[in-house]
Design a protein around this ligand. Structure first.
Ligand code: PLP
Length: 439
């Protein structure tokens, strides 16, 4: 029982006393209190409102509190809250059917997990079982989740203190702005990155490599749009060496780039598609693996040694069905394309031209990153403390963004309106206008 009035102070206090946080030194936290949300906006108990251009962790593609998704979850809760994965269940079947309908031809089954990390975990498991090989090649500039194999496959710093599983090898993916290959243009970057990957495969022993795992567009690493020919080249390498190609679409998928899947921009397809986040915007946790025909057929007469109590949880499945239907009916993926590649991209480009602190701007759909530099010629990354200062100033003016290292990721929900784009861009402009890089 509580006699407290619920306000920012009470909720903040509860959190600080009892909640252990992700990726944090626990003693120095000051979490923002959120009381409620609607569409692209969130607010606290004092009525302070924010335009959410972070989509939380780049997952609320359909926005907050979509009425069709809420009622689907409520209806499912009233009829059947939970059921073991071995049973056939209507919501699970309908969700899988819809996901297969969005996937390219040649994909036949869906394995459901609780989130993105365990989806990567199981895609890796499938690739190892299917090929009888062990090694997983993945990119240094990547994030695949924080469980055993998913964190070992991750390229960024979060892998190093968590590196307990073997069989993971990393390579450099293309990133022209900070090229690892001394490339001068995108063609050179692409060609050299592919040559490097071929050499890694040869040196690791092609017959030992089960899978190449890539984020189609590395997200947390900085929205690193690969050159057009790169993913096609990786597809060819995988085919040449009998390696399974896994594309992690956890952040880039389900509308984020203005397509259902980001690889649709690249005229190619993987063997396994990993998804989570946008599939139901996180209203109920869910993720999974979309399995191509040959791998799916392999498991018709080979035992799959994997499973989860909540695989295909009815509440999560009902949320997927309603989310995908609403996205379809309301043209939400088309909206991400129109708003993201129209006014949002134009506005960010103008900001990058106007403000020298923006060293590079990249993006597609509602998936953009501004790379901040203290010296545009040397491309010196703006120190983290300065980025936090900017983030704080944006929040003071009512805008939430996703920041990583020296970057501001501008990643609004796929439902963002032209007026909201204009509002967000104006706040960004005003903060950059009054910002001076410290000498
Ligand atoms: N893969 C990618 C590309 C991600 O961005 C993330 C999370 O940010 C994950 C996997 C892990 O997903 P989860 O946190 O749902 O386990």
């Amino acid at each position: 029982s509580t006699t407290h009035s619920v306000d920012n102070h009470y909720v903040h206090g509860l959190d600080r006393q009892y909640v252990f946080h992700s990726w944090a030194q626990q003693g120095s936290l000051d979490p923002m209190v959120i009381a409620g949300a609607q569409g692209c906006r969130v607010w606290d108990y004092a009525g302070r409102e924010y335009l959410d251009f972070s989509s939380q962790l780049v997952n609320t593609n359909i926005g907050h509190q979509h009425p069709k998704v809420i009622s689907a979850i409520q209806a499912q809760a009233a009829s059947l809250c939970t059921i073991a994965p071995a049973h056939a269940n209507l919501a699970r079947g309908e969700a899988a059917k819809r996901i297969i309908a969005k996937a390219p031809t040649g994909f036949s089954k869906v394995f459901f997990t609780n989130a993105g990390a365990d989806a990567n975990e199981n895609a890796i498991r499938m690739a190892r079982l299917f090929t009888g090989r062990t090694k997983i090649l993945s990119a240094y500039r990547s994030y695949h989740g924080n469980t055993g194999s998913a964190i070992a496959a991750t390229g960024d710093w979060r892998r190093v203190p968590n590196e307990y599983s073997s069989g993971h090898v990393h390579f450099f993916n293309p990133y022209l702005y900070r090229s690892e290959f001394w490339a001068r243009d995108e063609d050179e970057e692409c060609e050299r990155a592919l040559t490097h990957l071929r050499r890694v495969i040869e040196c690791e022993g092609a017959k030992a490599v089960a899978a190449i795992l890539l984020e189609t567009i590395p997200g947390t690493a900085g929205v690193l749009l690969p050159p057009k020919a790169y993913l096609q080249g990786v597809r060819q390498l995988a085919d040449e060496f009998g390696i399974v190609l896994i594309l992690d679409e956890v952040m880039a998928g389900f509308g984020r780039t203005g397509r259902w899947f980001a690889f649709e921009h690249y005229d190619m397809a993987p063997d396994l598609i990993v998804f989570a986040k946008g599939v139901n915007s996180g209203y109920v946790p869910a993720g999974g693996v979309i399995i191509s025909e040959p791998i799916s057929r392999y498991f018709d007469d080979h035992f799959f040694v994997g499973g989860l109590t909540y695989s295909g949880h009815p509440l999560a499945m009902a949320a997927i069905v309603a989310t995908l239907d609403a996205m379809e009916e309301e043209g939400i993926v088309e909206n991400a394309d129109e708003m993201g590649n129209g006014p949002l991209a134009k506005g960010l480009q103008q900001l990058a031209e106007r403000h020298a602190v923006i060293g590079d701007w990249r993006g597609l759909g509602v998936f953009h990153a501004l790379e901040l530099v203290s010296d545009p010629v040397r491309k010196t990354p703006l120190p983290g403390a300065e980025v936090l200062k900017l983030k704080q100033q944006l929040m003071e003016q009512g805008l939430l963004v996703f920041t990583v290292e020296n970057r501001i990721h501008v990643v609004p929900p796929c439902i963002v309106t032209a007026a909201e784009v204009e509002e967000g861009l104006a706040i960004l402009n005003s903060v950059f206008e009054s910002y001076a890089v410290p000498a």
